[in-house]
Design a protein around this ligand. Structure first.
Ligand SMILES: [Zn+2]
Length: 101
């Protein structure tokens, strides 16, 4: 049996909404920049303290209303960010939903 490829461990992160571990790339990253600003990080490359949430409005609401996001980032979340995040979730390609489209 050829064994060319090793099984690579995928980095997982905990969603601050549902508290479930998911592959990092499936999650939305929200970051508190060194300047203390809380922003969406679509690239996942911004420096700062990050928090992760599933790309679902449900998790977003949970993270938001339960103050999990705030606690994870140790910073107040600007109200306008909620809208930004909702937009981001809506615009994300949902795997499996529009296959072959
Ligand atoms: Zn979640």
């Amino acid at each position: 049996m050829p064994r060319g490829q090793k099984v690579r461990k995928i980095p997982v992160r905990i969603c601050v909404g549902c508290q479930e571990a998911r592959p990092k790339k499936e999650l939305i990253r929200i970051v508190r920049t060194p300047e203390g600003e809380v922003v969406l990080d679509p690239t996942g490359k911004k420096s700062g303290r990050g928090a992760y949430v599933c790309p679902s409005l449900d998790c977003l609401e949970k993270a938001w209303k339960g103050k999990h996001l705030e606690r994870a980032l140790k910073a107040p979340i600007p109200p306008e960010l909620a809208e930004t995040l909702r937009e981001a979730v809506r615009n994300l390609p949902v795997p499996g939903r529009s296959r072959g489209g």
